[in-house]
Design a protein around this ligand. Structure first.
Ligand code: AMP
Ligand code: MG
Length: 414
């Protein structure tokens, strides 16, 4: 058996970062920038007001006080989206203005509506309005020529929005890896009702969903029988049309475990026995230049193996800077029991945040490597090193593989 870290390094060594492609930013969510974004148009594109109020000349208000209020004549209105061409604020005047509207010629400050009094067509101020008050200057968010986003930036929803606001029309990103997923096993079927001796294929839907979640393009290559001929055809087709092939099943030592043999025949194979539980057997290899990961068949093992070996590789292909799920420390809310066996145990767990903000982890009650519901109820894998387990109250490392819910209660209560 080899240590987990060594197996992870071997899986990551299967491929480098994917090719760079030119992308329409509307298709960019979840991709990683392969070149920096340089600002071509200033943001905001024109001076505008950050508040509802009156555009005016600051100098006109310099002497304003409660004893000597300043009275300005309202000469018009500008709303967001209005064209300011030809609109001017002369000395002694003010213009009613709405948030986002362009600053009209002559004006250099905004008096907010809450701070003034209006009498007919006159606005009355009892304090000076400083030069530039509430004015959002052209180019103050992003100036022309500025490198606003660096290579390696992940396009999150906020970055996606920033690209739109900058008017970016095209960008360079690492191509989304196409990931072929296939299941192996004579027992698997999509038929309903189940014929005798058959079971539903659950690995394929889980893995296809995990691929999409990791940022890859999932490609469904169906179920393949435990038959070397069929497996050869399926694996070579999958390899020819993808950047990564994920198979599940057939990598242990059973009589019908053909996956390893066939990958070896078609390309090159390294078969590993990783010192972990679950997900000990693992096949890594290439068919042509396409990396192949043979995940174990047990439903829980295949997901754990995906998380440890396939997801980091997908993130690497995608050009992401960080490939692994977050590793955190959490307090055990219940004991984690195990016996020494030379393996690191990855225990399906529920991590939560206590009322005082502490991360707490508890083992999920169903732990069998065939029990998918044990994984469905878990959002973390607790890493319990070889030995006698971890008592309640002690601290363990956890790999967060799902969403971490917030605290109980109706409000933030800060
Ligand atoms: P294998 O790794 O092929 O020996 O399979 C180990 C166990 O996982 C067996 O009980 C299989 O029936 C089960 N299994 C393998 N592949 C799948 C799958 N795609 N969906 C559900 N169970 C599976
Ligand atoms: Mg099998």
């Amino acid at each position: 058996m080899i240590p987990l870290a060594e197996a992870q390094a071997a899986a990551l060594a299967l491929a480098g970062v994917g090719p760079v492609v030119e992308v329409d930013p509307r298709e960019g969510l979840g991709l990683v920038l392969a070149a920096p974004i340089v600002v071509e148009h200033p943001l905001p594109p024109f001076d505008n007001t950050g508040m509802d109020g009156f555009a005016l000349r600051s100098a006109d208000t310099a002497e304003a006080s409660p004893q000597h209020p300043c009275r300005l004549t309202i000469v018009g209105t500008l709303a967001a989206g209005d064209d300011p061409t030809g609109v001017e604020v002369p000395r002694g005047a003010a213009l009613r203005i709405m948030t986002g509207a362009p600053l009209p010629a002559g004006a250099d400050a905004i008096a907010i509506v809450e701070d003034v009094q209006v009498e007919g067509s006159t606005v009355i101020l009892t304090a000076p309005v400083p030069l530039g008050a509430h004015v959002r200057r052209r180019g103050s968010d992003a100036a022309v020529g500025e490198r606003i986003l660096s290579e390696g930036t992940l396009i999150t929803p906020a970055v996606h929005g920033l690209l739109a606001s900058l008017g970016v029309r095209t960008l360079f990103a690492y191509r989304r890896p196409r990931v072929a997923v296939l299941s192996t096993g004579n027992e698997l079927t999509d038929e309903e009702p189940l014929p005798p001796g058959k079971i539903h294929d659950s690995n394929r839907p889980v893995l296809l969903a995990l691929v999409a979640q990791a940022g890859g393009v999932p490609i469904d290559h169906g179920v393949v029988d435990d038959d070397p001929e069929q497996l050869r055809a399926a694996l070579s087709t999958a390899a020819a049309h993808s950047d990564l092939v994920l198979s599940s099943g057939g990598v242990s030592v059973g009589d019908y475990d053909y996956t390893k043999r066939v990958i070896d025949e078609l390309g090159e194979l390294r078969w590993l026995q990783v010192a972990i539980k679950p997900a000990k057997p693992l096949a890594l290899g290439h068919i042509g230049t396409t990396p192949v990961i043979g995940l174990p068949g047990n439903p829980v093992s295949s997901v754990v193996s995906f998380e440890l070996f396939a997801r980091p590789l997908i993130r690497k292909l995608l050009g992401a800077r960080r490939w692994h799920r977050p590793l955190l420390r959490a307090r055990c809310g219940a004991p984690f029991e195990r016996r020494p066996d030379g393996k690191l145990h990855l225990i399906r767990s529920q991590a939560s945040v206590s009322r005082d903000g502490e991360l707490v982890v508890e083992p999920y009650r169903l732990q069998g490597s065939h029990v998918l519901s044990g994984l469905a109820g878990a959002n973390a894998l607790a890493l319990i090193p070889d030995g006698d387990g971890a008592p309640a109250g002690s601290t363990v490392s956890i790999l967060l593989i799902g969403e971490l819910d917030g605290q109980d209660g109706p409000s933030l209560g800060v």
